[in-house]
Each structure stands twice: as C-alpha cells, then as structure tokens.
Design a binder for this molecule. Structure first.
Ligand code: GDP
Ligand code: IMO
Ligand code: MG
Length: 424
C-alpha cells in the first residue's frame, strides 16, 4: 500500500518516532501534519540516539523527502536548532520542505502558555509550555501569522506589530506579566526567514504529485488519540488533531488518498501531564515500569505516569482512526513481572462499560476491570522472530489483538531500529 498514516493510539510517546524511522527506510516521503515541538520523537539508529521535536523522523534517510505540513505550528528557533544538531551529526536537511501555510509560534505564545497555566492553578493542564495552544488559538481566531507571511517582510512586520500590541495588553492587563518587544521579535524572526526560505513551498502540490505517482508516503502522527482536541480527554488534551482524520486537514490531502492507518501503542499505558488515567499504577510495579522503560518525557523530562494496558482506550483508537493494524512497542519492559493485567472494561457503580466515555467526570470515577495473565522472565531484546518470544508474551499480544479487534503487525522489543518483530 502506498500511503500509510502512523498515529499514537494512547496518550502519546508510544514510540512513533522509532516506527516512522523503520518504515521511512521503505518510503519516499514522510510528512508531519499536526502539533509542533510539544512532540518528542526518539529514534535510535546506528548506535546513536536522536530526539526530534519538529523535524519528521524520516530525516535520517537522505533519500526521503520530509515535509512539515500546513497543520503544524512551527517554532523557527527550535527547527533551526534541530537542523544544526542534525548537520553537526552528519545529517543533511536538504530533503526538508515546509508548507507556506504552517502557522508560526512566537515568544508571546510561549509566554501566554505559561501564564494561562499559572492562572488555571490546580486545574492546570500540564502543557509543555511551548506555546502550542496559544498558537492554535490564533489560527482559529484568524489572527495567526504563517510561514508565507514571514517570507513577505513588509506584511510580516505589520502583522507582528498588530499582534504584539494585542498580546501585550493581555499579558500585562489580564495576567500581570511582562510584555514582549515587537522590534526584537521582528529582527530575530527576519533572521530565521533568511535561513528557512529555501525550505518553504506549497507542500500540498508536492504531496499530490507524489501520491499520484504512486510513491510511498508516510504520515507521522504526533501526540496520541487521547490528546486529540475533539476525541481526547478534553480539556487535558493538546490543541490539534492527532487522530488519523487530522492528517487530511493538516496536509491538504483527501481521505480517499489514505491506504493504511497504523496505530502505535505501548504494551502498557503512560501519560504525561494531568487528567484521569484509570489504569494508573501508584505502586512498585508502576515504578518498575517507569525505570525499566525509562519513562521520562523526551520534551520536558517529566516522569511519565505509568499503568496497565488499557484495551478500552486502544479499542477507542481503532474505532476513531479506522486503524488497520497496531504496533505494540516496549513489550520488553514488561519482562519479570509475575502477573500482568489488561483492562477490558470500566466499572461505574453496578454498570460495566466497554466503550471509552466522553465525560471526564465519568472517567474519573471509573474503576478498571482487569483480566490477569502470567508474565515471563528475562530479557527479550535480542529476539527477532515471533515464534521465539516466550509463550506468555505471545499470549499477551494475541489477547490484545482479540480484545481490541485489530491485527498486531509489529512488536517492539527495544529502542533500536532492528529491535523489531514482524508478527505473522
Ligand atoms: P514517540 O513520541 O511516540 O515517538 O515516543 P518517545 O520517543 O517520546 O518515547 C518512546 C521511548 O521508548 C523512546 O525512548 C524510544 O527510544 C523507546 N522505545 C521505542 N520502542 C521501544 C521498545 O520496543 N522497547 C523499548 N525498551 N524502548 C522503546
Ligand atoms: P509525542 O508526539 C505525550 C501533552 C502535554 C499535556 C497536553 C497539552 O511525543 O507523543 P500542549 O503543550 O500540547 O498544549 O500540552 O498534551 N502532550 C504530550 N504528551 N506526548 C506528546 O507528544 C505530547 N504533546 C503534548 O504533556 O498533557
Ligand atoms: Mg514523545
């Protein structure tokens, strides 16, 4: 199949970067469609680790065209820093293109992200404070500044001045903060424009041509299903659309142009930031998973909250993104746990629910209903064939397939490119 969408099917950090890097080796184009540098995608290749926030994870393959689509909110300083880092490690960004419609993150977005979180007090979302929400707010409010504006100096200066005036009023009068300096921003960003202009184009045209020509195109999701603005655990979500439907609006393709939708999950569940998490573990097993799985945020370094695999969530992702298969990563992390649990439903009073509820208040009082299974001992990071996995690991995977009603296509047994098993 030529076009594949890869999305997170939990709360993000499922190991999408690793899977994109693997699939990119057989792809001609890799495209990011939403989010910004709130994402942190880790790729381990040839003994080196790369942490990418904005650059598509296909960048390690020199022959793969990498596109930052119109739906991404782009912080130019972060992108240029990443390109410098890659160049310093011998990786060229000549194969990168940025859509002219992508919205830009400014210092006032970051400032407002931080201030609004403080103002929310105990009800804060736990955002990455990268300015993502405020940048998408401007987009929806129709005052955002786009890459094509940055390429037009006069227009850019005019737009920045108008926005800074309004944002400073909000920063100072509403939040009691310190405003930002328009002249400083203009000078800084016009400097970025010089470096970025070589990459900026109408990527929707490139993408259409690539798909028409039958090229293999991979859409790299950021965040995950439960962080989706519409279908996630609102308001503890991000401000974009990580579900597969987000790919169409975020890259300018139609739904008929998508052949396959792959969901990435961990063999357990994690989440960073706040909000209900029914299978969260507060005991030693939770700590064991966090330490063994190195569950610390790629973007903020925060410890990730860890819990058992929640099949209700993954079933929800299968349904809302039309997943054709899933990848189960980090099964190696579950080694040496006597009894494993899979959440198959939620109990609310005397009622048992098997579908993920829309209301957070309802979710917060849900008690997970578990199925238990025996675990396995020892390290499985060296295994490359499905039949060589411990019997109980295979049973665990096959039970996930049954409950979530989706095929498991691949299994991750380590962070490396090669630590991957194709499931027959
Ligand atoms: P992403 O945001 O979905 O790309 O995921 P992150 O990179 O934020 O987090 C996933 C982490 O798990 C990274 O440190 C990966 O290197 C690591 N990882 C991915 N797959 C596996 C796996 O199968 N086993 C282990 N042990 N680590 C993995
Ligand atoms: P990747 O692509 C996990 C979470 C934040 C917070 C909420 C809103 O690496 O899977 P935002 O800064 O987006 O307004 O924060 O969303 N969040 C992520 N959690 N992985 C991510 O990306 C995330 N991007 C945002 O922690 O709870
Ligand atoms: Mg991540």
């Amino acid at each position: 199949m030529a076009t594949k969408v890869v999305i997170g099917a939990q709360w993000g950090d499922e190991g999408k970067g690793k899977i994109i890097d693997i699939l990119a080796q057989q792809s001609e184009v890799v495209v990011r469609s939403q989010g910004g540098n709130n994402a942190g995608h880790t790729v381990e290749a040839n003994g080196e680790q790369y942490k990418l926030h904005l650059t598509p994870s296909g960048i390690l393959n020199a022959d793969t065209l990498c596109i930052i689509g119109n739906g991404v909110v782009l912080d130019p300083a972060v992108l240029l820093g990443e390109l410098d880092m890659l160049q310093g490690r011998g990786i060229s960004a000549d194969n990168l293109k940025i859509d002219a419609r992508a919205h830009i993150i400014f210092p006032y977005h970051r400032e407002l992200d931080g201030l609004s979180e403080i103002a929310r007090g105990k009800g804060d979302i736990g955002t990455t404070k990268k300015g993502i929400g405020p940048a998408y707010m401007d987009k929806a409010e129709r005052s955002g500044i786009r890459m094509c504006d940055l390429m037009n100096t006069e227009l850019f200066i005019e737009k920045v001045r108008a926005n800074v005036e309004l944002k400073n009023t909000i920063i100072e009068k509403v939040y009691g903060g310190t405003g930002v300096d328009a002249d400083g921003i203009i000078e800084e960003y016009l400097g970025y424009a010089q470096r970025l202009k070589q990459y900026v184009t109408d990527t929707t045209v490139l993408l259409y041509a690539a798909i028409k020509a039958g090229k293999r195109v991979l859409f790299e999701g950021a965040q995950g299903t439960l962080l989706d603005l519409d279908l996630g655990t609102y308001p503890y979500v991000t401000s974009s659309h990580p579900i597969s439907g987000g790919v169409c609006v975020g890259t300018g393709i139609g739904p008929t142009m998508i052949d396959e939708c792959i969901g990435v999950v961990k063999a357990y569940t994690t989440r960073v930031g706040k909000g209900p998490f029914p299978t969260e573990l507060f005991d030693e097993t939770g700590d064991q998973i966090r330490e063994k799985g190195n569950e610390y945020g790629t973007t903020t370094g925060r410890p990730r909250r860890c819990g058992w695999f929640d099949a209700v969530i993954v079933k929800y992702a299968v349904r809302t993104s039309g997943l054709t298969s899933i990848v189960v990563n980090k099964i190696d992390t579950l080694g040496d746990i006597d009894r494993l649990k899979i959440c198959v439903g939620y109990k609310k009073g005397s009622e048992t629910m098997t579908e993920f509820p829309p209301s957070l208040e309802e979710l917060a009082v849900c008690e997970p209903v578990y199925e238990e299974m025996d675990g396995w001992d020892g390290d499985i990071g060296h295994i490359r064939k499905y039949e060589d996995l411990p019997e109980n690991a295979k049973k665990y995977i096959e039970r996930i397939e049954q409950i979530c009603d989706v095929k498991v296509g691949m299994i991750g047994v380590g962070p490396g490119r090669e630590q991957n098993i194709i499931k027959p």
